[in-house]
Design a protein around this ligand. Structure first.
Ligand code: HEC
Length: 151
């Protein structure tokens, strides 16, 4: 049955169109947040460090250990100690220690908890890109998951 009033009723189509438009435009930023961070960026290494390192390399660390539980602390690793040599991962102690096999002294994280090749590559690419960190506001890296240690 087609009554004239039914034919003119375009409201459902308009509503659907508006909804689709909102989905395509308004929701795009939230979809982007879910995609993995670009290689070489601070965001791409942040979760690697939060899951594998900052449990030990934060406020409660021993005096001789480098701290890197914030963007500012990470920046301070660039310097004479060669913890991080921007553009040169293979010369950066920070990268070397994550590539060591478990038996090698100073392998990080300590024994039995080697990070995945993908995570290793994230650290490598970030140093290669100059080890960029956001300037200005302090961003704290919070430990995520359980402490990666076996003893
Ligand atoms: C379970 C605790 C623990 C975790 C987790 C851990 N570290 Fe360490 N890290 C240490 C300790 C302890 C030392 C000091 C060892 C020493 O001097 O004998 C150290 C030393 C280091 C050093 C200095 C190496 C040197 O030559 O003196 C670097 C760089 C480092 N860690 C990076 C990392 C990175 C990167 C991660 C994560 C992928 C990580 N660590 C995870 C405990 C930890």
């Amino acid at each position: 049955m087609h009554t004239p009033s039914e034919k003119r009723n375009t409201a459902p189509y308009l509503t659907f169109g508006l909804f689709a438009w909102l989905l395509l435009t308004g929701c795009t930023p939230s979809l982007l947040k879910e995609t993995p961070a670009l290689p070489g960026t601070f965001a791409s290494v942040r979760s690697v460090l939060e899951q594998n390192c900052v449990h030990c390399h934060g406020e409660n660390r021993l005096g001789h250990m480098p701290a890197f539980d914030s963007n500012h602390a990470l920046t301070r690793l660039i310097g004479p100690a060669n913890w991080i040599v921007p553009g040169k991962p293979e010369r950066s102690r920070f990268f070397q220690v994550v590539t060591f096999s478990d038996e090698t002294p100073m392998a990080m994280p300590p024994s039995g908890h080697a990070i995945s090749p993908e995570d290793m590559d994230r650290i490598r690419q970030w140093i290669k890109a100059g080890a960029p960190t956001p300037e200005g506001k302090k961003i704290r890296l919070k430990p995520r998951g359980s402490l990666p240690r076996s003893v």
